[in-house]
Ligand binder design. Structure first.
Ligand code: GLN
Length: 249
């Protein structure tokens, strides 16, 4: 199915195993916001052993998962997905990776019991789980220049502590919550067209400006740099609600 200029394809990595705390909402947000701009939005599900159509994907989504689910996907990611994913990203496709998915795009994820799952090293981060889980609302001041508003809101639930290497920069700074590791105030990461984050909830329905950032970044290679504005009153009301709640903490 060749990509036409009017097709916009979302690639969902491990929808059956890496999909918790409402992560599916990110898929719906990306599909709908592309559709509302007149694109023929398609979803490609990329479970274990599947790599077909990965070269047609505009934005990949890699959701969260508990240690057990991560242990079931990391070998497939290394063996089957890494080469086509790198090819797609090198040709301008975007990636949104949340929590467990974010961790496995890095160098490794080490569980609290000391078991290490190697990642694909697509982003310069490493993660080691601690004993205490980080759970709760998160408010982030984002470091993406074009993002308006500058805040991102969501929910975190992870034991992993992620540390960024020199090639990765933070997605933002936490105003509320633990973010990457509960110590350096950073949250998530930005490296090339890859966006990593600990924000579940799901992330994009309450942060439509980040959804548009991902869609626009993937369309740059088609010469598209502007997206038709949408009426985001409902989405931004949900965003504001989390901000207000955070202020009363
Ligand atoms: N298992 C990982 C951790 O605990 C990721 C959890 C998640 O995706 N919510 O940190």
């Amino acid at each position: 199915m060749p990509r036409t200029n009017n097709t916009f394809t979302i690639g969902w990595l491990y929808p059956d195993l890496m999909n918790i705390y409402g992560d599916r909402g990110n898929i719906l947000a990306l599909l709908k916001r592309a559709e509302w701009r007149g694109y023929d939005a398609k979803l490609v599900e990329l479970g274990r052993g599947t790599v077909s159509q990965m070269d047609e994907v505009d934005v990949f989504f890699f959701g969260g998962g508990q240690d057990r689910e991560q242990s079931l996907v990391y070998e497939d990611l290394l063996e089957f997905k890494q080469p086509p994913l790198e090819r797609a990203v090198n040709s301008g496709a975007g990636v949104l990776a949340v929590c467990g998915g974010y961790q496995l795009l890095g160098h490794y994820y080490q569980t609290a019991e000391g078991e290490r799952f190697p990642g694909i090293g697509m982003i310069d981060v490493k993660t080691e789980a601690g004993k205490k889980r980080f759970i709760g609302d998160v408010v982030v001041d984002a470091e993406i220049d074009t993002l308006n508003p500058k805040t991102l809101v969501g929910f975190e639930n992870h034991s992993g502590r992620t540390f960024l290497g020199p090639k990765a920069k933070p997605l933002g700074t936490v105003r509320l919550g633990n973010g990457n590791n509960g110590s350096d105030k950073t949250e998530g990461c930005l490296q090339g067209t890859v966006v990593g984050s600990y924000l579940h909830g799901s992330l994009l329905p309450k942060n439509p400006h980040l959804a548009d950032y991902l869609i626009r970044s993937a369309l740059i290679r088609r010469g598209v740099d502007e997206l038709l504005p949408l009426d985001d009153a409902v989405e931004m009301a949900a965003h504001e609600r989390i901000l207000q709640r955070a202020q009363h903490r």
